[in-house]
Write a protein that binds this ligand. Structure first.
Ligand SMILES: *Cc1c(COP(=O)(O)O)cnc(C)c1O
Length: 233
């Protein structure tokens, strides 16, 4: 059912990465499965997309638990892409491989503590608010350096990179400055000598704008409608 969509997505990834002289294989597709039934998740996993993202913890837990008894469970990497409240962190660290929406030191601190309790090193991304109108979440670009300095004390989180959402616009070209801003921020931060490891992941690009995001350096695109909607592309 989703084969045609995935074929078209792949075609566009190859085209966009070609334009930017990048390797198409370096771009990870995360299927954003919010509001989609479990059967559809299993369908895309069968087609080779094994990174699955949810934006609400309760829905993620339900799906996680129902898929647990299937042979697909071990293949799946779970991503949290929605806003996470500190009182949900305990549950989140139990199920997510990558929490993409960390936007405050308070949240990082809580994740660190809960991860320590279950002996886990929790992979996270820093959510950055690159445009005023896209969402109310995310830290400002200027706050990231201080955040990284303060978060370096946390032993049970592993910061892998950055995530951003572009605003809803009629023309994806209009998102380019925001994607570029995130790439430049990442490069600048990686140039600082205070970091002990590089932050490589750039999670940016959704159904309407992923080609532009790839041209601007994205290596993780989060696709909902492009994968699950029939005849969306
Ligand atoms: C829903 C959602 C997506 C996917 O959106 P589409 O436009 O359907 O591809 C990506 N990222 C986040 C954070 C989302 O909430």
């Amino acid at each position: 059912m989703f084969e045609d969509n995935l074929f078209e997505i792949r075609r566009r990834i190859i085209s966009a990465s070609g334009k930017a002289d990048r390797d198409a294989e370096s771009i990870k597709v995360v299927a954003i499965s919010k509001n989609r039934p479990l059967e559809q998740i299993i369908e895309v996993v069968k087609l080779g997309i094994t990174d699955v993202g949810e934006n609400r913890i309760q829905e993620a837990i339900l799906k996680h638990n129902s898929i647990r008894n299937t042979s697909y469970f071990k293949l799946i990497k779970w991503h949290m892409v929605g806003h996470l409240q500190t009182n949900k962190v305990k549950e989140a660290v139990k199920i997510f491989d990558l929490i993409q929406s960390v936007d405050s030191l308070r949240l990082a601190d809580k994740i660190d503590k809960e991860a320590a309790k279950i002996n886990k090193i929790q992979d996270i991304l820093i959510e950055v608010k690159t445009s005023p109108e896209a969402t109310k979440f995310g830290m400002l670009p200027d706050e990231t350096v201080t955040f990284l300095r303060d978060a370096s004390q946390f032993k049970n989180i592993n910061i892998r990179g950055f995530m951003t959402m572009a605003p809803m616009v009629d023309d994806p070209e209009k998102c380019r400055p925001y994607f570029r801003l995130l790439r430049e921020l990442r490069n600048k931060i990686n140039g600082l000598s205070t970091l002990n490891h590089e932050l490589l992941t750039l999670s940016m690009g959704m159904t309407d704008d992923f080609q532009v995001a790839i041209e601007e350096g994205s290596n993780m695109i989060r696709l909902g409608r492009a994968i699950f909607d029939v005849k969306n592309m």
